[in-house]
Every structure is written in structure tokens, then in C-alpha cells.
Design a protein around this ligand. Structure first.
Ligand SMILES: *Cc1c(COP(=O)(O)O)cnc(C)c1O
Length: 439
């Protein structure tokens, strides 16, 4: 526990960037759902059987089988986390003149694509851009715009179409099977590669089962398998729906791509049968990928996220609706109307949540996605969101009730809250290390 005056000091020392806080100074940590899952007793048990052989470990065979059985893809390449997989795959598919199209590129996805010299274009349906609009699949990719973009840039210049399920940066919103099927058709006609960024495919399957016609009798796992069957390959950060603290993979149907990735893997991550992982990590992933499709687990998971969203809505806090899978997103632009976008209203709310309750959250707005024009003026992001990400199997309802109570204080204080300015920023992924000052 910390007092408000202590937190003021911690926040100053962290330059008003919650990524720079020490975790022991945080009471409820909703910074991310990535790598923060509590592992099950079954996962801890299989870790004891970790085979730490350099090559051909049994633990790798277990992970490879689990990923293969789920995705149906023949070539599986282990990596230490999602962005390592992205760095390998997109440095091969990317490069100058190449264009990638996604419902919304996650920040590390965009950074890896742009780092290769390629362009990353977000292509979300209009319903997904309106935080208050109720629509069952707000994560869908705009297929008409996709066809236009392919014509405009030429199919040969498209590095890949990347469907992010669920759509993390777009509010944790699900993507429908029908949308994936249309994308598959367009990609097949144009001979463009179709990839899934499948970090939260189990949560996405839950939404398909409950919202899309014809899927209520299918198991969550069968739904995920159907979606994998539509794509040419996938990238996963197992730190999400793999229910582990570290891990990831590339999986593909394409032998040539797999071979090229393997060469880079050995230079950057490690040998083909461990990537950047230890044997015990690979055991935990194999087990986690099975557990995450458990009916009761997924039901509790999605319901508990929705609970937080429903309570905040009842208090008059504007959130992205309907509530997504792994997080509740506050619409800071409309909640902190008195702070202009150039002064980062989302970051102001992030700081206030920490000060008022020791709650750590993250801005997903112009700090994360803002750019500058030639005069150095901010080109803001489309939305100014604050994400409250819920770690899997960690917090109870009373923890979440405490978060809800803290919003009561925030509502009273917010008129006095001031915006921030950036006083230091790196060229890529600036939100992780930027320094701010209060205006
Ligand atoms: C987390 C995430 C990544 C990157 O994975 P890391 O394991 O954090 O490197 C990529 N895409 C999406 C959608 C993610 O949520």
C-alpha cells in the first residue's frame, strides 16, 4: 500500500510515465494483460518436466504438437515473445515499397513493419472507430477499403494482410468469422498473404460463439481452428491467450517462408527447437494453449471484464462499447473534455488513476500513436483511450470493486486535472520511455 503523497513522488520520479514506475509502488496493476497471467497448478507441474536439451527437446515436441493441433499449420517456429516473431517475419516480408494492411496494427507490429522500411495501413470498419457505437464485431477489417488499397498499391506490393484477433489497439474488439472469410477470398484472388495476429484468439472465439449465427453449438477451440484454417499463417504472443509469462511463435503453411524465418531465428533467437525459450517455458505454453479454451474459464474471463465496464457505465464514465475481451477502454477524449488532445488527456487520466488509487493503466491514444507533421505539430491518433487491462486469473471481484470506487474519486477531481507535455521521446515506440511534465 502507498499513500497519495508517496504516489505523487513516485510519479514525478517516473516522469509521469507509468511504464517507468516500480511495480512494488503499484496497488492494482492493469498496465497490461501480457505475461501477467497466473499459471495453473497443471502448468507449474509440467514445468518440472522441462527438457532443457539444446536440440530436439521433448518439451519442444510438446509445444510444437500443441500449436500444430490448434492451428493446423505444418511449420512452427518458437520465439521468446510476439515481437520477436514479428521482427523475423516482417523483416522478411517487409522492406521499402511494401505495404501491410491490418484491421489495426498493434504498436510492436507497426514498429517492426516501419522499421523494415514498409508502410503499415490500418483499415478498420467505421463502426470500430466510434467508441459509443454498439456493434457486435467492432474489430472487423473494412473489406471494401482492403480491395481499394490492394488495387491502389498493387497486389505485388502488399507484404501481408494482418488480421488482429481480438483487435487490441482498437479496444479489444472481436472479429467475426464472416469477416475472416471475406478477407481470405480477397487475399486468394489477389495472391496476397493472409496472416492472423492471434494473441487473443480464444477470447475472440468466445465472442463468435455468443454473437455470430451458426456458432453457438461449436466449441471455442473448433471456432479458433476454423479461423486458422482460413489464413496462411499466424503470429502469436503466448503471453496473452497462451496463459504464460513468456513465449511466442510463428506458424505457417508456407515452407519457403518457414525456411527463411528459421535462418533468421538461429541468428537472433536460438536454435529451431527452442527459439528464445527454455524447455519449461515450452511445456507451460503447450498446457496453457489447452486450458485457455476451457468453457468455464472463458466465460468467467469475459464476464468479469464486462462487469467492470458495466459498473463504470452506470457511473457515467464513457467507455468503448460493447466491452471487449481483455480490457475496458475509457474514452478519455470525452471524459476529460477540458484537456485538449495536444495535452494528452489519456495520459492525464492514467496519472490521476495512479495518484488516486495506485492503479496502473496505459494510454492508447496520441502518446502511443501520435505523429508529427513537417512543422512539428502533433497529428493526433484517432481515439484517446485509456486501457484497463485485466490480467488472467489474477484479480478477484473485490479488487475490481476497488478500481470502480477509485473512479468515484476521479470523477470528483477531474476538473482540476491538467494535461501533460512530452519533454523526452525516442524515435520508435515512444510511449514506453517518454518523459512528461504537467502543464
Ligand atoms: C502483445 C501483442 C503483440 C506483441 O507481443 P509481445 O509478446 O508483447 O512482444 C503483438 N500483437 C498483439 C495484438 C499483441 O497484443
Amino acid at each position: 500500500m502507498t499513500s497519495e503523497s508517496e504516489r505523487e513522488l513516485h510519479l514525478q520520479r517516473a516522469h509521469y510515465n507509468t511504464f517507468l514506475l516500480e511495480s512494488r509502488h503499484v496497488i492494482i496493476d492493469l498496465l497490461t494483460d501480457s505475461g501477467t497471467s497466473a499459471m495453473s497448478s497443471d502448468q507449474w507441474s509440467v514445468m518440472m518436466k522441462g527438457d532443457e536439451s539444446y536440440a530436439g527437446a521433448r518439451s519442444w515436441q510438446n509445444m510444437e504438437k500443441a500449436v500444430h493441433d490448434l492451428t493446423g499449420y505444418p511449420y512452427i517456429i518458437p520465439t521468446h515473445q510476439g515481437r520477436a516473431a514479428e521482427s523475423i517475419l516482417y523483416s522478411l516480408l517487409g522492406g521499402k515499397d511494401k505495404v501491410f494492411i491490418s484491421n489495426t496494427h498493434f504498436d510492436t507490429t507497426r514498429a517492426n513493419i516501419e522499421y523494415s522500411g514498409a508502410r503499415a495501413i490500418d483499415c478498420l470498419i467505421p463502426e470500430g472507430k466510434d467508441p459509443s457505437r454498439i456493434y457486435p464485431f467492432k474489430g472487423n477489417l473494412d473489406v471494401d477499403q482492403l480491395e481499394r488499397l490492394i488495387r491502389e498499391h498493387g497486389a505485388g506490393n502488399i507484404g501481408a494482410v494482418i488480421l488482429t484477433v481480438t483487435n487490441n489497439s482498437g479496444g479489444g474488439q472481436p472479429v467475426s468469422m464472416a469477416n475472416a472469410r471475406s478477407i481470405r477470398e480477397i487475399c486468394r484472388q489477389n495472391k496476397v498473404m493472409f496472416l492472423l495476429d492471434c494473441c487473443r484468439i480464444a477470447e475472440n472465439s468466445y465472442f463468435i460463439a455468443t454473437r455470430e449465427e451458426g456458432y453457438d453449438k461449436k466449441s471455442f477451440r473448433e471456432i479458433a481452428q476454423e479461423m486458422f484454417s482460413l489464413a496462411d499463417g499466424a503470429i502469436m504472443s503466448a503471453k496473452k491467450d497462451g496463459l504464460v509469462n513468456m513465449g511466442g511463435f510463428i506458424a505457417t503453411k508456407d515452407k519457403r517462408i518457414a525456411e527463411a524465418c528459421t535462418n533468421l531465428l538461429i541468428i537472433r533467437e536460438g536454435f529451431t527447437t527452442y527459439g528464445g525459450l527454455s524447455g519449461r517455458d515450452m511445456e507451460a505454453i503447450a498446457q496453457g494453449l489447452t486450458e485457455v479454451f476451457d468453457k468455464d474459464y472463458l466465460h468467467y474471463r469475459i464476464r468479469s471484464t464486462t462487469y467492470l465496464g458495466e459498473k463504470l457505465t452506470a457511473m457515467g464514465v464513457p467507455i468503448v462499447k460493447p466491452v471487449g475481451g481483455h480490457a475496458v477502454y475509457i474514452d478519455a477524449k470525452s471524459f476529460y473534455r477540458h484537456i485538449p488532445v495536444e495535452q494528452y488527456p489519456g495520459q492525464a487520466l492514467v496519472c490521476d488513476l495512479y495518484l488516486a488509487g495506485g492503479i496502473r493503466s496505459v494510454e492508447i491514444g496520441s502518446v502511443m500513436f501520435g505523429k508529427y507533421d513537417l512543422e512539428g505539430k502533433l497529428i493526433p491518433a484517432e481515439m484517446e483511450l485509456v486501457r484497463l487491462a485485466i490480467p488472467r486469473r489474477v484479480y478477484t471481484q473485490s479488487h475490481i470493486d476497488y478500481v470502480i470506487e477509485t473512479f468515484g474519486f476521479i470523477k470528483e477531481m477531474k476538473a482540476g486535472s491538467r494535461g501533460l507535455k512530452i519533454v523526452y521521446e525516442p524515435p520508435f515506440l515512444r510511449h514506453f520511455t517518454a518523459h512528461f511534465e504537467r502543464i
